[in-house]
Design a binder for this molecule. Structure first.
Ligand SMILES: [Zn+2]
Ligand SMILES: [Zn+2]
Length: 263
Protein backbone atom coordinates (compact mmCIF):
# COMPACT_ATOMS: atom_id res chain seq x y z
CA UNK A 1 0.00 0.00 0.00
CA UNK A 2 1.31 3.42 -0.97
CA UNK A 3 0.39 6.35 1.28
CA UNK A 4 1.20 9.88 0.13
CA UNK A 5 0.38 12.61 2.61
CA UNK A 6 -0.34 16.02 1.08
CA UNK A 7 -0.07 19.09 3.33
CA UNK A 8 -2.72 21.65 2.38
CA UNK A 9 -0.72 24.61 3.81
CA UNK A 10 -3.95 26.33 4.94
CA UNK A 11 -4.87 27.93 8.25
CA UNK A 12 -6.94 24.89 9.27
CA UNK A 13 -3.83 22.76 8.73
CA UNK A 14 -5.51 20.00 6.68
CA UNK A 15 -3.86 16.86 5.40
CA UNK A 16 -5.03 14.99 2.31
CA UNK A 17 -3.93 11.39 1.68
CA UNK A 18 -3.45 9.45 -1.51
CA UNK A 19 -3.80 5.74 -0.80
CA UNK A 20 -2.77 3.57 -3.72
CA UNK A 21 -2.12 0.05 -4.93
CA UNK A 22 1.60 -0.41 -5.62
CA UNK A 23 0.87 -2.88 -8.43
CA UNK A 24 -1.71 -0.99 -10.45
CA UNK A 25 -1.20 2.65 -9.42
CA UNK A 26 -4.93 3.03 -8.77
CA UNK A 27 -5.54 5.49 -5.94
CA UNK A 28 -8.15 6.77 -3.53
CA UNK A 29 -7.91 10.33 -2.23
CA UNK A 30 -8.97 10.89 1.38
CA UNK A 31 -10.64 14.22 2.22
CA UNK A 32 -9.75 16.38 -0.78
CA UNK A 33 -9.87 20.08 0.06
CA UNK A 34 -7.55 21.54 -2.57
CA UNK A 35 -8.35 19.53 -5.71
CA UNK A 36 -5.49 20.97 -7.78
CA UNK A 37 -2.98 19.95 -5.13
CA UNK A 38 -4.38 16.41 -4.96
CA UNK A 39 -4.38 16.03 -8.75
CA UNK A 40 -0.83 17.33 -9.02
CA UNK A 41 0.41 14.98 -6.29
CA UNK A 42 -1.17 12.00 -8.07
CA UNK A 43 0.31 13.05 -11.40
CA UNK A 44 3.77 13.50 -9.90
CA UNK A 45 3.66 9.99 -8.41
CA UNK A 46 2.15 8.38 -11.50
CA UNK A 47 -1.04 7.45 -9.63
CA UNK A 48 -4.55 7.40 -11.04
CA UNK A 49 -7.30 8.64 -8.69
CA UNK A 50 -10.31 6.35 -9.06
CA UNK A 51 -12.11 7.01 -5.76
CA UNK A 52 -12.72 9.93 -3.42
CA UNK A 53 -13.39 9.24 0.25
CA UNK A 54 -14.79 11.81 2.68
CA UNK A 55 -14.35 10.85 6.33
CA UNK A 56 -17.18 13.24 7.19
CA UNK A 57 -19.34 16.03 5.86
CA UNK A 58 -17.38 19.17 6.89
CA UNK A 59 -16.44 21.40 4.00
CA UNK A 60 -12.71 21.32 4.71
CA UNK A 61 -12.88 17.58 3.91
CA UNK A 62 -15.16 17.74 0.87
CA UNK A 63 -14.56 21.00 -1.02
CA UNK A 64 -12.17 19.32 -3.44
CA UNK A 65 -14.60 16.58 -4.45
CA UNK A 66 -16.01 18.35 -7.49
CA UNK A 67 -12.61 19.29 -8.88
CA UNK A 68 -11.20 15.80 -8.48
CA UNK A 69 -14.30 14.16 -9.97
CA UNK A 70 -14.35 16.57 -12.92
CA UNK A 71 -10.73 15.75 -13.74
CA UNK A 72 -10.76 12.00 -13.09
CA UNK A 73 -14.35 10.69 -13.08
CA UNK A 74 -13.65 9.18 -9.65
CA UNK A 75 -16.46 7.67 -7.57
CA UNK A 76 -17.27 9.44 -4.29
CA UNK A 77 -17.60 7.41 -1.08
CA UNK A 78 -18.85 8.67 2.28
CA UNK A 79 -20.86 7.64 5.32
CA UNK A 80 -24.36 6.74 4.13
CA UNK A 81 -25.88 9.17 6.64
CA UNK A 82 -23.68 12.05 5.51
CA UNK A 83 -24.25 11.55 1.79
CA UNK A 84 -27.16 13.97 1.44
CA UNK A 85 -25.19 16.79 3.08
CA UNK A 86 -22.09 16.15 0.95
CA UNK A 87 -23.92 15.63 -2.34
CA UNK A 88 -22.71 13.66 -5.34
CA UNK A 89 -21.98 10.54 -3.28
CA UNK A 90 -21.90 7.34 -5.38
CA UNK A 91 -21.44 4.85 -2.55
CA UNK A 92 -22.84 5.25 0.95
CA UNK A 93 -20.70 3.46 3.54
CA UNK A 94 -21.59 1.53 6.68
CA UNK A 95 -19.58 -0.24 9.38
CA UNK A 96 -17.78 -3.33 8.08
CA UNK A 97 -17.83 -2.34 4.42
CA UNK A 98 -14.61 -2.99 2.51
CA UNK A 99 -13.11 -0.49 0.06
CA UNK A 100 -10.82 -2.04 -2.55
CA UNK A 101 -8.09 -0.06 -4.26
CA UNK A 102 -6.45 -1.75 -7.23
CA UNK A 103 -5.43 -5.36 -6.65
CA UNK A 104 -3.66 -5.16 -3.31
CA UNK A 105 -5.33 -2.68 -0.97
CA UNK A 106 -8.37 -3.29 1.21
CA UNK A 107 -9.64 -0.77 3.72
CA UNK A 108 -12.22 -1.65 6.36
CA UNK A 109 -14.82 0.98 7.14
CA UNK A 110 -15.22 1.86 10.81
CA UNK A 111 -18.30 3.81 11.88
CA UNK A 112 -16.78 6.37 14.27
CA UNK A 113 -19.25 9.02 15.43
CA UNK A 114 -18.35 11.82 17.82
CA UNK A 115 -16.77 14.66 15.85
CA UNK A 116 -19.93 14.44 13.74
CA UNK A 117 -22.56 11.73 13.83
CA UNK A 118 -21.68 10.52 10.33
CA UNK A 119 -17.94 9.97 10.43
CA UNK A 120 -15.98 7.00 9.09
CA UNK A 121 -12.40 5.95 9.71
CA UNK A 122 -10.59 3.59 7.33
CA UNK A 123 -8.46 0.75 8.62
CA UNK A 124 -5.82 -1.07 6.62
CA UNK A 125 -4.97 -4.44 8.16
CA UNK A 126 -1.88 -6.54 7.56
CA UNK A 127 1.82 -6.19 8.37
CA UNK A 128 1.68 -2.39 8.39
CA UNK A 129 -1.75 -1.53 9.77
CA UNK A 130 -2.88 2.04 9.22
CA UNK A 131 -5.80 4.20 10.28
CA UNK A 132 -7.14 7.16 8.31
CA UNK A 133 -9.05 8.90 11.04
CA UNK A 134 -10.26 12.26 9.74
CA UNK A 135 -11.23 14.53 12.66
CA UNK A 136 -11.80 11.74 15.19
CA UNK A 137 -8.30 11.07 16.51
CA UNK A 138 -5.51 13.61 16.00
CA UNK A 139 -1.85 13.22 16.89
CA UNK A 140 -1.95 13.59 20.67
CA UNK A 141 -5.54 14.83 20.57
CA UNK A 142 -9.20 14.33 19.75
CA UNK A 143 -11.59 16.11 17.40
CA UNK A 144 -13.91 18.77 18.72
CA UNK A 145 -17.67 18.29 18.87
CA UNK A 146 -18.77 21.82 17.97
CA UNK A 147 -20.38 21.18 14.60
CA UNK A 148 -22.80 18.30 14.85
CA UNK A 149 -20.81 16.14 17.27
CA UNK A 150 -21.24 14.62 20.71
CA UNK A 151 -18.41 14.05 23.23
CA UNK A 152 -20.11 10.99 24.73
CA UNK A 153 -20.20 9.35 21.30
CA UNK A 154 -16.58 10.33 20.70
CA UNK A 155 -15.65 8.67 23.98
CA UNK A 156 -17.38 5.45 22.88
CA UNK A 157 -15.51 5.56 19.56
CA UNK A 158 -12.17 6.04 21.30
CA UNK A 159 -12.61 3.34 23.91
CA UNK A 160 -14.53 0.70 21.97
CA UNK A 161 -12.79 1.03 18.61
CA UNK A 162 -9.64 3.13 18.32
CA UNK A 163 -7.91 2.18 21.58
CA UNK A 164 -8.31 -1.49 20.66
CA UNK A 165 -6.32 -1.26 17.45
CA UNK A 166 -2.83 -2.81 17.36
CA UNK A 167 -0.08 -0.61 18.80
CA UNK A 168 1.73 -0.72 15.44
CA UNK A 169 -1.18 0.97 13.64
CA UNK A 170 0.03 4.13 11.92
CA UNK A 171 -2.20 7.15 12.50
CA UNK A 172 -3.13 9.43 9.58
CA UNK A 173 -5.38 12.25 10.86
CA UNK A 174 -7.15 14.98 8.92
CA UNK A 175 -5.23 17.89 10.46
CA UNK A 176 -1.76 18.70 11.76
CA UNK A 177 -2.17 19.74 15.41
CA UNK A 178 0.68 17.75 16.94
CA UNK A 179 2.58 20.42 18.91
CA UNK A 180 -0.53 22.15 20.20
CA UNK A 181 -2.03 18.86 21.36
CA UNK A 182 1.19 17.71 23.02
CA UNK A 183 1.24 20.99 24.93
CA UNK A 184 -2.29 20.22 26.13
CA UNK A 185 -1.23 16.75 27.27
CA UNK A 186 1.66 18.30 29.21
CA UNK A 187 -0.67 20.85 30.78
CA UNK A 188 -2.80 17.95 32.02
CA UNK A 189 0.11 15.65 32.83
CA UNK A 190 3.32 17.63 33.39
CA UNK A 191 5.23 14.47 34.28
CA UNK A 192 4.69 12.83 30.88
CA UNK A 193 8.26 12.50 29.57
CA UNK A 194 7.23 10.91 26.29
CA UNK A 195 5.00 13.89 25.54
CA UNK A 196 7.77 16.34 26.51
CA UNK A 197 10.26 14.61 24.20
CA UNK A 198 7.72 14.44 21.37
CA UNK A 199 6.96 18.15 21.75
CA UNK A 200 10.63 19.09 21.53
CA UNK A 201 10.93 17.01 18.36
CA UNK A 202 7.72 18.44 16.87
CA UNK A 203 8.85 22.04 17.35
CA UNK A 204 11.72 21.64 14.92
CA UNK A 205 9.64 20.11 12.12
CA UNK A 206 7.70 21.82 9.38
CA UNK A 207 4.05 20.67 9.37
CA UNK A 208 4.52 19.08 5.95
CA UNK A 209 7.20 16.89 7.54
CA UNK A 210 5.28 16.07 10.73
CA UNK A 211 6.08 12.64 12.08
CA UNK A 212 3.60 9.80 11.58
CA UNK A 213 2.71 8.34 14.98
CA UNK A 214 1.39 4.91 15.91
CA UNK A 215 -1.46 3.93 18.22
CA UNK A 216 1.16 2.66 20.69
CA UNK A 217 2.69 6.13 20.85
CA UNK A 218 -0.71 7.78 21.02
CA UNK A 219 -1.48 5.75 24.14
CA UNK A 220 1.61 7.30 25.75
CA UNK A 221 1.16 10.93 24.71
CA UNK A 222 -2.54 11.50 23.99
CA UNK A 223 -4.48 12.69 27.06
CA UNK A 224 -7.70 11.34 25.53
CA UNK A 225 -6.21 7.83 25.66
CA UNK A 226 -4.90 8.23 29.23
CA UNK A 227 -8.18 8.37 31.09
CA UNK A 228 -7.01 6.23 34.02
CA UNK A 229 -3.78 8.14 34.58
CA UNK A 230 -3.60 9.38 38.21
CA UNK A 231 -1.96 12.68 37.30
CA UNK A 232 -4.54 13.39 34.58
CA UNK A 233 -7.34 12.69 37.05
CA UNK A 234 -5.77 14.69 39.90
CA UNK A 235 -5.25 17.75 37.68
CA UNK A 236 -8.76 17.46 36.30
CA UNK A 237 -10.21 17.38 39.82
CA UNK A 238 -8.53 20.69 40.61
CA UNK A 239 -10.59 22.21 37.83
CA UNK A 240 -13.76 20.13 38.22
CA UNK A 241 -14.01 19.07 41.91
CA UNK A 242 -17.53 17.78 41.30
CA UNK A 243 -16.23 14.74 39.41
CA UNK A 244 -15.19 13.17 42.72
CA UNK A 245 -12.21 11.05 43.68
CA UNK A 246 -12.76 8.21 41.25
CA UNK A 247 -14.40 9.57 38.11
CA UNK A 248 -15.24 7.02 35.44
CA UNK A 249 -13.35 7.09 32.14
CA UNK A 250 -16.27 8.63 30.28
CA UNK A 251 -16.43 11.58 32.69
CA UNK A 252 -12.66 12.11 32.39
CA UNK A 253 -12.88 12.10 28.58
CA UNK A 254 -15.82 14.49 28.41
CA UNK A 255 -14.23 16.91 30.89
CA UNK A 256 -10.92 16.83 29.01
CA UNK A 257 -12.80 17.62 25.81
CA UNK A 258 -14.65 20.47 27.54
CA UNK A 259 -11.38 21.87 28.85
CA UNK A 260 -9.69 21.62 25.45
CA UNK A 261 -12.51 23.67 23.90
CA UNK A 262 -11.30 26.81 25.66
CA UNK A 263 -7.65 25.92 26.09
ZN1 LIG B 1 -14.50 18.15 10.78
ZN1 LIG C 1 -11.48 19.08 9.62
Amino acid sequence: MIVERIWAANSLRNFHYLVACAETGEALIVDPLNAAQCLEAARAKGLEIRQVLNTHEHRDHTDGNAGVVAATGARVLAHANGASVIGGVDRGLARGDVIRIGRTVELEVLDTPGHTRSHVCLLAHGDAPALFCGDTLFNAGAGNCHNGGDPGLLYETFVNQLARLPDATRVYPGHEYMARNLAFTLDREPGNRDAAAALEAAKTREPAEARVTTMGEEKRVNAFLRLQNPEVIARLRERFPEIGEKPDARTVFVKLRELRNSW
